[in-house]
Design a protein around this ligand. Structure first.
Ligand SMILES: [Zn+2]
Ligand SMILES: [Zn+2]
Length: 256
């Protein structure tokens, strides 16, 4: 039971992050009606719970990441940090500055993002609300856990699900795996079938084709987030903006 809850929360959490905060808020790869947007926005908060990310804060940080990938101005470049934890701590500070409106970003990184004060600020950034989510996760574990270590090691992950995904994607995606394109940075494709983070680990492809909603680029690659988005488009919930790119246009570069 707790394994199903863990897997469900993990996958749904990262799916909403990939499809809503990343592919919609930061990149506008598809469009949807205002009511649909509200439903998805609300569901993203509900699913991500205690570690919900404000879409505007996420979008600004992520657009900076694309503009400054693996340079000193990148909000999360593994090359400039000892370990993933140190990197994420710095990223968190920068995210908080934007999420709490303490720092004004460059104008080109701001704007055209879904904003909903009740969800993003009033509920999403409220500590009592985060604690309430934490209590709900804990209640589930205390009711269904069958070993003490499930409570000791699995439960805490639910509290910080978003940052855990962020650490995996931002660290591994620019450090481990193969490169199909020379983007002038360290972006890599970590897994040919990215079932762990719903397609987010195709960083090398994504930095090459920042506007493509499909993060897979070669025949053996499968991006689950894109498959979900494709079904949503088929059901007319969303309209894909950028046409899917079918060809692999550049010569392969040997992975370093
Ligand atoms: Zn990246
Ligand atoms: Zn991106």
């Amino acid at each position: 039971m707790v394994y199903a809850f863990f897997a469900g929360h993990w996958l749904l959490s990262v799916l909403f992050q990939s499809v809503f905060q990343h592919r919609y808020a930061a990149h506008k790869m598809y469009t949807m009606g205002p009511r649909t947007e509200r439903v998805i926005h609300f569901l993203a908060w509900l699913v991500q719970g205690s570690s919900y990310l404000n879409p505007r804060g996420y979008a600004i940080l992520h657009r900076e990441h694309h503009a400054f990938s693996d340079t000193e101005r990148d909000p999360h470049a593994p090359g400039f940090h000892q370990n993933a934890l140190a990197m994420m701590w710095r990223t968190k500070k920068r995210y908080d500055d934007y999420a709490h409106d303490r720092v004004k970003p460059e104008a080109r990184f701001d704007g055209d993002v879904p904003q909903w004060k009740l969800i993003d600020v009033t509920l999403g950034q409220s500590w009592p609300m985060r604690v309430l989510f934490g209590v709900a996760y804990a209640a589930f574990y205390f009711a269904f856990a069958t070993h003490w270590w499930q409570i000791a090691f699995m439960l805490p992950v639910h509290f910080v699900m978003g940052p855990v995904h962020g650490a995996i994607v931002n660290w591994c995606g620019h450090k481990y795996g193969y490169q199909s394109f020379d983007n002038g940075d360290k972006s890599r494709n970590t897994l040919p079938f990215d079932f762990v983070t719903m397609g987010e680990l195709f960083q090398n492809n994504h930095h090459k084709y920042g506007a493509s909603p499909n993060f897979a680029a070669r025949w053996f690659e499968l991006d689950p987030g894109w498959q979900v988005l494709r079904l949503m488009a088929l059901a007319r919930i969303v309209t894909i903006r950028t046409p899917q790119r079918a060809v692999f246009p550049e010569p392969l570069r040997q992975a370093a």
